[in-house]
Design a protein around this ligand. Structure first.
Ligand code: TA6
Length: 302
């Protein structure tokens, strides 16, 4: 189990890491590289911040995020696993699965020859998680911090029967103003519009935002980008092992109801989530491994 003391002892020689308790029972690791800095909570292996040198943060963290064991953090890169959204049959199970609210263990931290830093995490399954997920599986999560941010979530079925896996990197990106931002690259893709009662529609051109938007794009492969004229940058999102992309802004009413966005916090974020959800849920055979990965890169204009 990772305690502050044993982490500081195990990684004492790693001058690119430091550890702190950001709230009682809530440990975070700070990563510093020549290119960028990141903060990751051990709960959920939850990337909370990532900021390339000389740029605004790329990952948004709510100014009113709560840090309490078992409570999901508003913002960052929450891991939705082993299901996305509501559980298929058990309404009492947590939305988006339990991965983001259980402890994860930092297994390894390495500075690569090119100066990037790679951290490897594994979940510490508790009794509730085992009860909600009666399948034998192993999970590895690699985070590589550099000029880009690379994340890779691998699941292996170590059981004797297949299981269905839903998942998402529920990433909150920081933007200047949602009303002027757009998401490009999903034109022509079918999507489920959760604001329109689950209607199935097709994307025409870029995605612009003028109200609550909650869409699961299906059959998406590869990449899309967030264009931000206010911060004068484009955030490139490239993914592998993912066939769904979720695009979400809560807008005013939903954000107020959620209570941890902060005043007008919703204006400064948009979620573009690399996922396998709904029609794109993965069926993993015994012995099979599925890796879902994403890379984030912010390019300044002007
Ligand atoms: O990914 C979009 C979504 O499924 C929305 O429907 C909304 O519920 C959002 O996730 C936030 O969920 P959370 O459980 O983190 O509050």
């Amino acid at each position: 189990m990772n305690t502050l003391e044993n982490l500081q002892r195990r990684f004492a020689s790693a001058d690119f890491l430091s550890f702190s308790a950001i709230a009682p029972g809530f440990i975070a690791v700070q990563v510093r590289t020549d290119f960028s800095a990141a903060t990751i909570a051990l709960q959920g292996a939850h990337i909370m911040t990532w900021q390339p040198n000389g740029q605004e943060p790329v990952i948004w963290l709510s100014p009113q995020a709560k840090f309490a064991p078992g409570k999901s953090i508003r913002g960052g890169v929450p891991l939705c696993w082993p299901w996305f959204g509501a559980h298929a049959t058990e309404a009492a199970y947590p939305g988006h699965g339990f991965a983001r609210t259980i402890a994860w263990e930092l297994m390894d931290a390495l500075k690569l020859p090119d100066g990037r830093v790679r951290l490897s995490f594994e979940p510490v399954m508790n009794n509730a998680a085992r009860a909600q997920w009666p399948h034998a599986s192993t999970v590895h999560y690699n985070i590589t911090v550099g000029q880009e941010l690379d994340v890779a979530l691998s699941t292996t079925n170590t059981d004797t029967t297949p299981f269905q896996l839903g998942q998402a990197l529920h990433t909150y990106f920081e933007i200047g103003d949602i009303r002027q931002a757009s998401v490009v690259g999903l034109a022509g893709c079918d999507f489920i519009d959760k604001v329109a009662g689950g209607a199935r529609l097709q994307q025409d051109g870029a995605i612009n935002f003028s109200g609550e938007t909650d869409r699961v794009y299906l059959g998406t492969t590869g990449c899309c980008e967030i264009r931000d004229p206010v911060l004068q940058r484009t955030i490139l999102i490239t993914s592998t092992g993912s066939r769904s992309t979720v695009v979400w802004t809560p807008w005013t009413e939903k954000a107020e109801k959620m209570g941890d966005f902060g005043p007008d916090g919703y204006l400064k974020m948009v979620c573009v989530e690399t996922a396998n959800a709904v029609d794109d849920v993965i069926t993993l055979a015994p012995g099979e491994t599925h890796c879902m990965a994403a890379q984030y890169r912010a390019i300044k204009h002007g």
